[in-house]
Design a protein around this ligand. Structure first.
Ligand code: F6P
Length: 404
C-alpha cells in the first residue's frame, strides 16, 4: 500500500455536487501531471439502459430488486475499470456515485483493496441550491419524456437514497465536506494517503477561471443620485446593456447570476439574448446593500435630513449599519454565500458572469483581491467597465476593462 496510487470514492445524495467535485479534482490533479480518471455510475446507466426507465424514481427503490441488481452491476463494472486503470498507467481513480449505503461501501472496500482508498462525502442541505440544481438537472435529455413530472420524480429518487443513507463513520479514511462552502466538516485518516495534502487543498480552494463582474447599467436612480429601490434602466442603460451583450457574444456564458432587482435582471437579459444557451439565475444574496430608512433617498437628502446618519457613515463606512438596514460588514456573509452558490451552480464552466450592484461588487471583488476593510467601500465600480477576475492555483488576474 505504499505505492503512489489512490482510489477516491465519492458519496452523497443526488444533486450535492459530487460530479462537479469529481471534475474539479480530476482537472487539478491532471494539471499537476497526475493521471486521473473519473468512473461515473450514472454515465454507465445512461449508456446501457433506456432513459425512460432510469428517469423514473422507482428505479432507485431498494425494493426494486431487478433495478438493484442492475445498479450493482454498474458499480461493479466501474470498480473493475478503475482497478484496471490503476493497474496500468493511472494514478488516481475517482469513483463517482451516491454510494449512500454501508453495504455498497463495504463491497467497494473489499474489492478495491490493492491501493489506498479514500472516501469523500458531499453534504449540502441548502434548500434554495437544491431546488435550483434540480431545476437544472431535469433539463437533461434523461428527463425529456417526463417533463412535467421530472422534478417530483427526482425528489422521490433523492428520498429513496435517503432511506438507505448512512454517513461515513466506520470507513478507515474519509473527509466529510460541505460541498457548497468547500469546507471540511470532519476528517479521519487511519492510513497514509498518497496525494493527501494536495487533495485537501483542492477541496477547500475556491477557483475561478474567468469571472466577469459587471455592475448593472445606468438606472433612473443613478441619474438622481438616489440609492436602493428597484428602478428601471434608462435608455442609456439599455444601450450599455446592448454593448455588453455584443462584447460578450463570443464568450460562452451558460449562466448569468444577478440579484432579484430589476436593474440587474434587465441588464442580464440583454446579454443573455445574444448567447446561444444561457440562463439567468437571480439570487437574493446579490441584492444591493439595504439602506433601511434611507432607501430611495438621494445622498443630498440624507445629508440634509439625517445629518447624523450621513456623518457617521462617512467616518466609518465599512461598519456603519443603516438604521433598519445593513453595513458592508453585515452584508458580507450573504454576498459570500451568493458567490458560493453561483460557483456551485455554474459547475465547471470556464466563464461565470455576475451582474451586481455597486456595494455588492465591491464585496465580491474584495473576496478575491485582498483589501483593507476601510478601503472596500471605496473600490471603483463604474458602469461603463467591468472587472475580469481569474483566481486559480497558478494564476491571479484582476483587470478593469471597457466593453464599448
Ligand atoms: O448608488 C447606487 C448604489 O448601488 C445604492 O443603491 C447603494 O446604496 C450604493 O450604491 C452603495 O454605495 P455606497 O456604499 O458608496 O453608498
Amino acid at each position: 500500500m505504499s505505492d503512489e496510487k489512490l482510489y477516491i470514492v465519492l458519496m452523497g445524495l443526488p444533486a450535492r455536487g459530487k460530479s462537479t467535485l469529481a471534475m474539479r479534482l480530476r482537472d487539478a490533479f491532471r494539471k499537476d501531471g497526475i493521471s486521473t480518471r473519473i468512473f461515473n455510475n450514472g454515465k454507465l446507466r445512461r449508456i446501457y439502459l433506456p432513459l425512460d426507465e432510469t428517469a423514473r424514481s422507482e428505479f432507485y427503490s431498494a425494493e426494486n430488486s431487478a433495478a438493484v441488481e442492475l445498479r450493482k452491476g454498474f458499480a461493479r463494472m466501474n470498480m473493475e475499470r478503475a482497478k484496471a486503470y490503476l493497474r496500468n498507467s493511472g494514478q488516481i481513480a475517482i469513483l463517482d456515485a451516491t454510494n449512500a449505503g454501508r453495504e455498497r461501501r463495504a463491497t467497494i472496500e473489499k474489492y478495491l483493496n490493492d491501493h489506498s482508498l479514500f472516501f469523500i462525502e458531499c453534504i449540502n442541505d441548502d434548500e434554495d441550491i437544491l431546488n435550483l440544481s434540480i431545476r437544472e438537472k431535469i433539463k437533461l435529455p434523461e428527463f425529456s419524456h417526463i417533463k412535467d413530472k421530472a422534478a417530483t420524480e427526482f425528489l422521490k429518487r433523492i428520498d429513496y437514497y435517503r432511506m438507505i443513507y448512512i454517513p461515513l463513520k466506520v470507513e478507515r479514511n474519509y473527509i466529510r465536506i460541505d460541498s457548497l462552502q468547500n469546507m471540511i466538516i470532519e476528517e479521519k485518516h487511519s492510513d497514509a494517503i498518497p496525494f493527501y495534502d494536495r487533495l485537501r487543498d483542492y477541496l477547500v480552494t475556491d477557483e475561478v477561471k474567468n469571472l466577469f463582474l459587471i455592475r448593472h447599467t445606468e438606472t433612473e436612480y443613478n441619474l438622481m443620485n438616489r440609492i436602493g429601490g428597484d428602478p428601471p434602466l434608462t435608455e442609456k442603460g439599455k444601450a450599455q446593456a446592448t454593448a455588453l451583450g455584443l462584447f460578450f457574444k463570443k464568450k460562452k456564458l451558460s449562466y448569468i447570476f444577478t440579484s432579484k432587482k430589476m436593474r440587474t435582471i434587465d441588464t442580464a437579459k440583454v446579454i443573455c439574448e445574444m448567447q446561444d444557451n444561457c440562463r439567468i439565475i437571480p439570487l437574493k444574496e446579490f441584492d444591493e446593500i439595504k439602506a433601511g430608512i434611507c432607501e430611495r433617498m438621494t445622498y443630498g437628502d440624507i445629508e440634509k435630513n439625517m445629518p447624523h446618519v450621513f456623518k457617521k457613515r462617512g467616518t466609518n463606512k465599512y461598519h456603519y449599519v443603516y438604521p433598519d438596514g445593513e453595513s458592508y460588514e453585515t452584508m458580507k456573509p450573504r454576498i459570500i454565500q451568493g458567490v458560493k452558490k453561483a460557483f456551485f451552480l455554474n459547475k465547471r464552466a470556464d466563464n461565470i458572469m455576475i451582474v451586481g450592484h455597486q456595494a455588492v461588487n465591491r464585496m465580491i471583488l474584495s473576496h478575491f483581491l485582498y483589501r483593507r476593510e476601510d478601503d472596500v467601500p471605496y473600490i471603483y465600480i463604474p458602469q461603463d467597465r467591468f472587472y475580469h477576475i481569474v483566481s486559480t492555483q497558478d494564476k491571479k488576474l484582476f483587470e478593469l476593462k471597457r466593453y464599448d
